[in-house]
Design a protein around this ligand. Structure first.
Ligand code: DQA
Length: 147
């Protein structure tokens, strides 16, 4: 499968940013792990701190054969109706991803503007959340439960 891992604001600082919450591993480490875990899949990565750039990247994914997206929209998760609308327009599934357990944190992180547009949510497993999200997309593509 051709899968997109898409990271939003401040996730370019993984490994340096609040390591007590997000750990010390970098996204480069995570992508290496993903490529080892899914050797027959093509994993495309993009990160932006800008909401519009994330939307542009998702719209571009429609034209390049992407079959599923693991999206960590960072703080835009909690605010972006524009991302919600964009996800709803896509012909492939999107999994909402969080490194931390957002439900064990501040109440403003308990709300997701995008979850209802996504096929599922993975949160709280550190960088393994990305791997679990890709597992979910592959399971779904292989005829798993679609509800
Ligand atoms: C995050 C959780 C968000 O609330 C936060 O704004 C982030 C990272 C996570 O991966 O745990 O930037 O999405």
């Amino acid at each position: 499968m051709k899968l997109l891992v898409l990271n939003g604001p401040n996730l370019n600082l993984l490994g340096e940013r609040e390591p007590g919450i997000y750990g010390t591993g970098s996204m480069e480490d995570c992508l290496k792990t993903l490529n080892e875990a899914f050797p027959t899949d093509e994993i495309v990565y993009f990160q932006s701190n800008c909401e519009g750039a994330l939307i542009d990247r998702l719209q571009q994914a429609r034209r390049e054969g992407i079959e599923g997206v693991a999206l960590n929209a960072g703080a835009y998760t909690h605010t972006s109706i524009a991302l919600h609308d964009c996800i709803r327009s896509l012909p492939f599934p999107v999994v909402e991803v969080h490194i931390s357990n957002v439900h064990a944190r501040e109440s403003f992180r308990h709300v997701s503007m995008i979850a209802a547009a996504c096929c599922g949510v993975v949160c709280g497993f550190g960088l393994d959340s990305y791997r679990l999200a890709l597992e979910g997309l592959k399971l779904r593509a292989g005829g798993g439960q679609k509800a």
